[in-house]
Design a protein around this ligand. Sequence first.
Ligand code: EPU
Length: 301
Amino acid sequence: MIDLSTLGCIVKENEPMAAHTTLGVGGPADLFVELETEDQLSHLMKLIASEKQRGEAIPWMIFGDGANLLVSDKGIRGIVIKLVGQFERIVVDGTTITAGSAAPISKVADISAKHDLSGLEGVGTVPGSVGGAIVMNAGTNDGYIDAVTHSVSVVSSVGEKRVLPHEECGFTYRNSRFQTDKSLIITGVVLSLKPGDGKAVEEHLAKVRKYRAETQPQGRSAGCFFKNPPGSHAGYLIELSGGKGLREGGAEISPKHGNFIMNVDGATASDLYRLAERARQMVREQHGIELEYEVRLVGEW
Ligand code: EPU
């Protein structure tokens, strides 16, 4: 078994993932580590790579903020890596913001507004971390993150540190090279913003957040469960199909928004998954549309 004692961080065994996900479900991770620096991450990836050369392939995954994940009740085999400390830093220098991949993108946008910088209006209302926003090329009609991305720093799966300029990130609509190239772990980003009206940016962010608070349920969820199919909305289709309010065990399709499948009463991951599949089946049978998961299903199912 891999020896993680040289990492200089706490390694937890059989850590329940339910404690780390917004849905509050998920079985144990074999090993759970919280890394604070790029050096620690590089060191860990070198250890994993050398185990692989010796014939032991240890699965690993980067765990973001746990807000978009459905972790199975059986949990996750191998090493779950959470990035904290240095990875959460946000530094403003003129019109440039350097942010760690674990910093919430909404917080980066709020700070940019305070410094009268414009460019993150479209991205700052999206849930999730800077790293997640880069992977998804997140944004809205008000702008996507690629438009302000100067470069992305990464650690590779063999522990090499690199900085990729914008043109090497393969950004397209809601997509980037990081969705397919799993050998690259995003550690930070340099954003180039423009001088702007901070007050106007703040007002815009507040308006969009208010709309969400009014139209979406509070409580234990993973945000929207399904992607919107072209030309329609998953929540609308689930409502039309009669899905709102349906339950499986402790899981419920929110009566407020059909694309939110909630843990309302001690749900298991299986309850949530069964209910999601029921919603998909109803939409398939009644509308001939196949809903795709927006939440990431991880672990052993
Ligand atoms: N609608 C219904 N019934 C419902 C839900 C929605 O009829 O139960 C209708 C609404 O009345 C509206 C339309 O569907 O006419 C769109 O609804 P909404 O404005 O809530 O937007 P959405 O397409 O359901 C998307 C994002 C959300 C984001 C909101 C607001 C996706 C999959 N979802 O939802 O993102 O918060 O717009 O900007 O793109 C997430 O990322 O986790 C998420 C929830």
